[in-house]
Design a protein around this ligand. Structure first.
Ligand code: NAP
Ligand code: MG
Length: 400
C-alpha cells in the first residue's frame, strides 16, 4: 500500500520529558508507516528553547500563522527548580502562553469518550466542551506589592490626552494591587469563535461571567456576546435548533454538574483554565482530553491538555516500565492531520485520521488500556499495557 501524500507542511512542535518519548513513538508506530509526513519541525524541548533564547517558540508560532495548522507536544514551563535542573539562562515564559499571545484566539477542550470509561459525574452522557478565551485578564496583568501605606489609583490617559483617575484603595499598611485588561477586538473574536464552533458541532452554547460583581469588565463580555449573537447568529442558531444561553458562572457550575452534557461552555481565560481541568478529571482522566487553539483568522494548533508527565519520565530514565496514556497526544496528531486534509482537499488524510481515532477508542473499549484508565473502565477482562505496547495494540486494531 502506498503512503498518503501531503502538499502543505504541518507545523510540528516537539516538547519535553515523557511526552517527547511518546511523540516519537506515535510517529514511528502510528503515523509514518501510513503517511508520507510533510512537517516543518520546531524543537521546543527546554534545552533548545534555552539555546535559542526562546526564539524557537516565536518561530513556531509564526510558522502556524504561515501554514495554518500545527501540532504541539507538551512542554515544561520552567520554575525555579527547572532553572536549576536544566541550568537555564533564565526562567523562560510558558511556551503555550507565548504561542497563544501571538495567535490570539480561543482554546477548545473536549474529552475523548470511550463507552467503557464512566465519568465520575453519573449524569454526564455527552462531552462537555470548554472554550477558553486565550487572551488577557490575569495572564497579561501588571501586579504590584505595596510595602507601605499609600494610595493606589487607576489612571487612563486617552489618545487625545483626557485623563480619568479613580482611587483603587487608600492603603493604611502594606498590600497588593493588580491591573488587568482585555480588548473589544479580542472579546469579539472569542465570541465569534464560540458561536462558529457551536454551529459547526450543532451543540448549545453556554456563556458565563461574574457580571453582577464586575459591572463594567465582565459586563462588557456579556454585552459583546449578546450583540454579536443578536446581529449575526440568532437566525443560524434557530435554523439549527440550538440555543445560546448566558448566566452567572456560579449558576453554570451548579447546572453543569446536574446536566447530561453535550454543550459548549465558554469561559473567560482564568475560568477556562480551572474549569477545563475540573471537567477533564471528572470525565475520567486528563489523558483523555484534547485541546485546540483556534485563532480569529482561522489558524489551528492542536495539543494534549496534560503536561509532560514528569513522574513517568523519571521512571523511564531509570529503565523502569511506564504505562503512560498517549490518547490525547494521538488525538492532537489526528486533529491536525484531519484539518490539514480538509484544508488541502486530501480526503485520504481525513479518513486516515478518523480511522486512527476509531482504532484508538476501540482498543480501550476492548479492554486494552494503560494503568490510569484501569480503575475507571467497566470492562470485565482488562489488559493493562505499557506505554509502547498500547500504541502497538492500536496499530493491530488499525490494520484489522
Ligand atoms: P502532568 O504532566 O499533566 O502530570 C500530572 C499527573 O497526571 C501525572 O503524574 C500522572 O499521574 C497523570 N497524567 C498526566 N498525563 C498522563 C498521561 N498521559 N498518562 C498517564 N497519566 C497521566 O502535570 P505536572 O506533573 O503538573 O506537570 C509536569 C510538567 O508539565 C511541568 O513542567 C509543567 O510545566 C508542564 N505542563 C505542560 C503543559 C503543556 O505543555 N500543555 C500543561 C501542563 C503542565 P501519576 O503520576 O499518578 O501516574
Ligand atoms: Mg491549567
Amino acid at each position: 500500500m502506498s503512503k498518503i501524500k501531503m502538499n502543505i507542511p504541518l507545523v510540528e512542535i516537539d516538547g519535553d520529558e515523557m511526552t517527547r518519548i511518546i511523540w516519537k513513538m506515535i510517529k514511528d508506530i502510528l503515523i509514518e508507516p501510513y503517511v508520507e509526513l510533510k512537517s516543518e519541525y520546531y524543537d521546543l524541548g527546554l534545552e533548545n528553547r534555552d539555546k535559542t533564547d526562546d526564539q524557537v517558540t516565536i518561530d513556531s508560532a509564526m510558522a502556524i500563522k504561515k501554514y495554518g495548522v500545527g501540532v504541539k507536544c507538551a512542554t515544561i514551563t520552567p520554575n525555579a527548580q527547572r532553572v536549576e535542573e536544566y541550568k537555564l539562562k533564565k526562567m523562560w515564559k510558558s511556551p503555550n502562553g507565548t504561542i497563544r499571545a501571538l495567535l490570539d484566539g480561543t482554546v477548545f477542550r473536549a474529552p475523548i469518550i470511550a463507552q467503557s470509561i464512566k465519568p465520575f459525574v453519573k449524569t454526564w452522557e455527552k462531552p462537555i466542551v470548554i472554550a477558553r478565551h486565550a487572551y488577557g485578564d490575569v495572564y497579561k496583568d501588571v501586579e504590584f506589592h505595596a510595602t507601605s501605606a499609600g494610595k493606589a489609583e487607576l489612571v487612563f490617559t486617552s489618545e487625545s490626552g483626557e485623563v480619568s483617575r479613580q482611587t483603587i484603595h487608600d492603603f493604611d499598611g502594606p498590600g497588593i494591587i493588580l491591573g488587568m485588561h482585555n480588548t473589544d477586538d479580542s472579546i469579539k473574536s472569542f465570541a465569534r469563535a464560540c458561536f462558529n464552533y457551536a454551529l459547526d458541532q450543532k451543540i448549545d452554547l453556554w456563556f458565563s461571567t461574574k457580571d453582577t460583581i464586575s459591572k463594567i469588565y465582565d459586563h462588557r463580555f456579556k454585552d459583546i456576546f449578546a450583540e454579536i449573537f443578536e446581529n449575526e447568529y440568532k437566525d443560524k442558531f434557530e435554523a439549527n435548533n440550538i440555543e445560546y444561553f448566558y448566566t452567572l458562572i456560579d449558576d453554570v457550575v451548579a447546572r453543569i454538574v446536574r446536566s447530561e452534557g453535550g454543550m459548549l461552555w465558554a469561559c473567560k481565560n482564568y475560568d477556562g483554565d480551572v474549569m477545563s481541568d475540573m471537567v477533564a478529571s471528572a470525565f475520567g482522566s486528563l489523558a483523555m482530553m484534547t485541546s485546540v487553539l483556534v485563532s480569529p483568522d482561522g489558524k489551528f494548533e492542536y495539543e494534549a491538555a496534560h503536561g509532560t508527565v514528569t513522574r513517568h519520565y523519571y521512571k523511564h530514565l531509570k529503565g523502569e516500565e511506564t504505562s503512560t496514556n498517549s490518547m490525547a497526544t494521538i488525538f492532537a496528531w489526528t486533529g491536525a492531520l484531519k484539518k490539514r486534509g480538509e484544508l488541502d482537499g486530501i480526503n485520504e488524510l481525513v479518513e486516515f485520521a478518523e480511522k486512527l481515532e476509531k482504532a484508538s477508542i476501540d482498543t480501550i473499549e476492548k479492554g486494552i488500556m494503560t494503568k490510569d484508565l484501569a480503575q475507571l473502565s467497566e470492562v470485565e477482562e482488562k489488559k493493562i499495557v505499557n506505554t509502547e505496547d498500547f500504541l502497538k495494540e492500536i496499530r493491530k486494531n488499525f490494520d484489522n
